[in-house]
Design a protein around this ligand. Structure first.
Ligand SMILES: [Zn+2]
Length: 142
């Protein structure tokens, strides 16, 4: 399932540093797909990407997610002196519980920060920070 990817003229926020483990995650995000890891031996699902299953140490595989989840908890950031974040104040940062189970942190867009609620259904969209790096953001589910 592919989700909206918005091109960004110039990415001014810190860039992730993809490595052998996380590279496929960032690449998929650049293509509008959200991945977590799933263990082929024990079924454990995990995020962020790791070299080994955190339960049984097997090699994890990639699982493509629906891109839907709910807000598990969140905070509204009202002070941040660093550009470009200070230009976006106030903004909500949430721990999103994916339909597939793992939690993922991200900013909530397309809604007033004060309207974010625990349990709110959200869906992913991506900003393309580089050719091989997409950054997941969340907005109220349509
Ligand atoms: Zn496992």
């Amino acid at each position: 399932m592919s989700h909206q990817v918005t091109a960004v003229d110039e990415w001014t926020k810190p860039l992730p540093q993809p490595d052998n483990v996380s590279g496929p995650y960032w690449q998929a995000a650049a293509e509008g797909r959200l991945l977590v890891q799933q263990c082929p031996k024990c079924g454990n699902r995990q995020f962020y990407p790791r070299a080994l299953c955190t339960v049984c140490a097997a090699d994890p595989e990639w699982l493509e997610c629906s891109g839907r989840g709910t807000v598990h908890t969140f905070t509204v950031v009202r002070q941040n002196g660093a550009r470009p974040f200070r230009d976006e104040l106030p903004y909500a940062v949430a721990m999103v519980e994916l339909e597939e189970g793992p939690m993922m942190m991200g900013s909530i867009t397309d809604c007033d920060a004060d309207d974010v609620r625990i349990g709110m259904p959200v869906e992913v969209h991506f900003l393309k920070a580089a050719d091989d790096i997409g950054i997941p953001y969340w907005r109220p589910a349509s």
